[in-house]
Design a protein around this ligand. Structure first.
Ligand code: 2YH
Length: 259
């Protein structure tokens, strides 16, 4: 799994505003409205305690401060604990946090201590990016392509199947592919017999996973993947609406999902 770098997190709210404009134009809703529609919640006076975690590769520069900025952007109050890890967790609870945000190298959680709801970044990211793809207003098709069936891709594919979309998927890992076919009923996308999609949800940590054979003229590509799945020249050539952002959209979904 890709670890975020401090550079990924620079200028985050600016990147969010740019993506929000694309999302609004492509779906008719902004990210907060899409989160409200998916989770049926609205931000209230909850207080979010952000706990830096030192295990594994350690603290990522800009990570906790980015979470605080995101929390405040979506109308919640937040604070970063002075200490990391268990001491920080204790501090967050002692200082009245309603929701805890914390991440190690494997999992990133939001836990609402008042109502018991817990959300993971990988599931929420899969759900929200696939939801964005599924709301593309410049198509009547119900066909959507999912590229990558790891934790994020599987969650998104599952969400799209539940929403009644016709889900095609691809992943070089045959175990992942078979699991998604058996458990979700997705169809295998075969690069040898390509078809063109207006809605693509991409969830891999690799560049250039999207090729010309997969995309229709004027399509929406929604991807949390770093680096970008699309070669630059295809974005212009196919007039692609590209939603791609490293952290904010997934964290917004986590917060809304535990409210
Ligand atoms: O970026 C990550 C991992 N890829 C998990 C994300 C799950 N989708 N973790 C962030 C680690 C943050 C660090 N421990 C800190 O600064 O607290």
């Amino acid at each position: 799994m890709a670890l975020l770098t401090p550079e990924d997190l620079e200028d985050l709210l600016n990147k969010l505003n740019m993506n929000n404009n694309i999302i609004k134009e492509a779906t008719g809703m902004d990210i907060a409205q899409i989160c409200e529609a998916v989770y049926g919640t609205t931000p209230d006076s909850r207080k979010v305690g952000i706990v830096p975690i030192t295990s594994g590769n350690g603290i990522i520069g800009n990570f906790s401060s980015s979470l605080l900025a995101i929390t405040e952007y979506f109308g919640l109050e937040g604070f970063i604990t002075e200490h990391p890890d268990i001491t920080g967790y204790h501090q967050a609870v002692a200082n009245g946090a309603d929701i805890i945000l914390m991440a190690d190298d494997h999992i990133f959680v939001a836990h609402n201590l008042r109502n018991g709801k817990i959300a993971t970044n990988h599931v929420c990211t899969g759900v929200i990016y696939s939801e964005i793809a599924s709301r593309y207003k410049h198509t009547d098709s119900k066909d959507v392509l999912v590229i990558g069936l790891g934790r994020v891709g599987y969650a998104g594919a599952s969400h799209l199947v539940e929403k009644g979309f016709n889900v095609y998927a691809c992943d070089p890992n045959t175990d992942f592919m078979n699991k998604a076919i058996e458990e979700l009923g997705v169809k295998a996308f075969d690069i040898e017999s390509p078809r063109k999609f207006s809605m693509v949800f991409e969830a891999t940590p690799n560049a250039n996973t999207i090729s010309e054979g997969m995309i229709a003229e004027r399509c929406l590509v929604s991807t949390p993947g770093i680096p970008c799945a699309l070669p630059d020249e295809l974005v212009e050539k196919y007039d692609i609406d590209l939603v791609m952002e490293p952290l904010v959209i997934g964290v917004a979904a986590m917060l809304y999902s535990v409210l």
